[in-house]
Design a protein around this ligand. Sequence first.
Ligand SMILES: [Zn+2]
Length: 356
Amino acid sequence: WPPRGPPHPRSPPKFNHFSLSHFQQTLKISSKSCFMNSILQCLSNTHSLRDYCLHNSHRRDLNNNSRTNTALMEEFAKLIQTMWTSSSSEAVSPSEFKTQIQRYAPRFVGYNQQDAQEFLRFLLDGLHNEVNRVTVRPRGTVEDFDHLPDEEKGKKMWSKYLEREDSKIVDLFVGQLKSSLTCSHCGFCSTVFDPFWDLSLPIAKKGYGEVSLMDCMRLFTKEDVLDGDEKPTCYRCKARRRCTKKFTIQKFPKILVLHLKRFSEARRTSKLSTFVNFPMKDLDLREFASDNSINAVYNLYAVSNHSGTTMGGHYTAYCRNPNSGEWYTFNDSRFHSTYVRCFYLCCFLSWSQGSQ
Ligand SMILES: [Zn+2]
């Protein structure tokens, strides 16, 4: 293990809880980058991620082997610190952070409308790489866990994942999805376990009117029949068979990001405006767990909301302040308190287990 001290000799800024501004500052961002603004607000209201930055805990984890030289995490942390400790009433300008994100992901250069969910994935991936506790990844070995019971196989697959990808970001955002394939001929069931950073939910349709988030989750985890050209090869029959496929959640992340697939596959041509209803508190997802005994109750704390059409839309954020528990709307550099009841066109929601 190489030493992982702070990359710069400066002493970390002194931070104490009582100097925290009650409200975080808004960001000075062009309205064409509203996707970025909306995601940054959601992340800055993510309690444990915010504190990770405020307490400079990220410094311990900064991985100097990272190809981006840890600048993205540094600028992200600085931005969060400024947002939460600035006493000025001016909106905070994230220009240095933007320089870094653009270096890391050049597709976010310029100020075109971007998909907020895509941006979130890129940003979390970038931050994760810079604070990955794994500095030397083990060589890939092919190990077969198929003889193990599912529960154990899932655990083995998870520790194999952690051997390569292990960071504060993973601790918070990554869960594990189980996909089971059952042969309709012999009944053999094979399972695959994959890590996930968010779940993209199809929007359930129920004629007209509204659907619930649970309907979307049920549609996502619904048993699917693979037949015809899609027939997989059954391991036991050694032949292509009609199979059923089903997703369950093997491991719930601390923070669950749900993305509602509002845009059609042929991207940006149409947007579904079905009203999706969801609770603000106690979203109980146990019925989607591989093992129903695990705790999977979430409370909503952040929403990145897309309004308008696929051609010219606008992102805003609704976040619950982790200090006060109050909800605020963030729209470009303005914010105001809001009474959140429902969102017509939300694109993603972040949930946390317990009280964040
Ligand atoms: Zn079979």
